[in-house]
Write a protein that binds this ligand. Sequence first.
Ligand SMILES: NC(=O)c1ccc[n+]([C@@H]2O[C@H](COP(=O)([O-])OP(=O)(O)OC[C@H]3O[C@@H](n4cnc5c(N)ncnc54)[C@H](O)[C@@H]3O)[C@@H](O)[C@H]2O)c1
Length: 352
Amino acid sequence: MVRFVNVNNLSRWAADAGLEPLLRDLTTAIEHQFRRWESFDKTPRVGSHSEHGVIELMPTSDGITYGFKCVNGHPINSTRGLQTVTAFGALSDVDTGYPILIAEMTLLTALRTAATSAMATRLLAPPGATTIALVGSGAQSEFQALAVRATLGINTVRVFDIDPAAMSKFERNASALGFDVTLCRDAEEAITGAQVITTCTADKRNATIIADDMLKRARAASGGAGLHINAMGGDAPGKTELDIEIVKRSRVFVEYPEQTFIEGEIQSLPRDWPITELWQVLTGEADGRDSANEITIFDSVGFAIEDFAALTFLNDRLDGTDYFEHIDLVAEPADPKDLFALVAAKTPATSR
Ligand SMILES: NC(=O)c1ccc[n+]([C@@H]2O[C@H](COP(=O)([O-])OP(=O)(O)OC[C@H]3O[C@@H](n4cnc5c(N)ncnc54)[C@H](O)[C@@H]3O)[C@@H](O)[C@H]2O)c1
């Protein structure tokens, strides 16, 4: 029997654990898997692109457990009353090949993406950061703010979204969580005074959410202080958020270069452009922030090892709980070579 975690149970699991403790633990779990980076099979995700979006398959294995996520990205969906991103995923036992878990991953993706941003922010943010700017206040935004508060204690959020309803929704949710929220007129006002910026917009084009001169003015207002940017909304070919001039004069940190050069902010840069792999900062093989004043960018696209970490973290925490049910997913005939018996048993004798 395979464990199945539906949306209701995933929501209960997360709420009962407490979102901030859960995000803190998930951040640690993702860090743990990033430190074992070399144990994993790695491949850029396989995307099926269409006019309005993409459906992607994200597999990996550590030789003991295999995991995959199937996820979509359809920025147009909000105009149809649908979500931009939905996902589900699974784990299998490498030894037998049998599946062991199937889970909803729309919520789990929001949690793991926020925890991954928190991991990068903890590694790279300038010391003493107190304020985060969120540009884009859609489905991912509250999770992003919570994970950074859970790991770094940052409680002040400046937010801008082109959709006033999304900003009001964020203000309502974040104020109830005790955040000090400022709604801003534009992205420049949001980023001014923030030491951490997370861009989480959805647009199927090479958008310029933060322009170079906008960032220069914002930094001048803070005396040229250091900055960390989590650029997480640009995650597909032809879908970026930052002015490329900002990327060129910053230190860029990535998940898996082979995927990020296809999907990330660096997609228009040559393949030998200097980047640093986040896992190497965690293991001490590469430097993180060099100076208090530099700009660091986490060019986040979302990589399979983060989903593997989230699924294994979830699966470990299911033992002894009622947050899952067993489903009859794998055909198991008494005689493994007599698969036909399962159909024969349901077939009326007259039609055999
Ligand atoms: N890197 C990752 O691992 C990862 C994981 C999940 C989602 N994503 C990406 O993150 C983005 C956000 O996802 P979501 O689920 O929150 O989407 P969403 O559609 O719920 O929210 C996106 C928000 O961005 C706003 N927006 C669009 N253009 C803007 C602009 N120019 N300035 C300010 N706001 C703008 C929209 O109004 C919307 O409220 C998507 O692009 C998604 O593909 C990345």
